[in-house]
Design a binder for this molecule. Structure first.
Ligand SMILES: [Zn+2]
Length: 67
C-alpha cells in the first residue's frame, strides 16, 4: 500500500509549514528554538492567575454578541 501524500503541519510557534515526521524530536514544532519559546511562554502564563484569561474570554465573547 502506498503512503498518502506527505502531511505538513504549521509550527504552532512560527507557523512555518513543516513535514510531519515522527522522527522529528521537536514535533509539533519546527525546531528546538520554537519548542523552547513555547515552553517559556507557557511558564510565563503560570505566573498569571489560573482561569483569569478564560474569564476574560467569556466576557469578551458576551460583548461580541451584543454588537
Ligand atoms: Zn517554528
Amino acid at each position: 500500500m502506498n503512503k498518502p501524500s506527505t502531511i505538513t503541519v504549521p509550527c504552532p510557534q512560527c507557523k512555518t509549514e513543516l513535514v510531519w515526521d515522527t522522527n522529528n524530536p521537536f514535533r509539533p514544532f519546527c525546531s528546538d528554538t520554537c519548542k523552547n519559546h513555547d515552553l517559556i511562554a507557557w511558564a510565563n502564563e503560570e505566573h498569571n492567575i489560573p482561569g483569569d484569561s478564560l474569564h476574560d474570554d467569556v466576557l469578551s465573547r458576551d460583548l461580541e454578541q451584543d454588537y
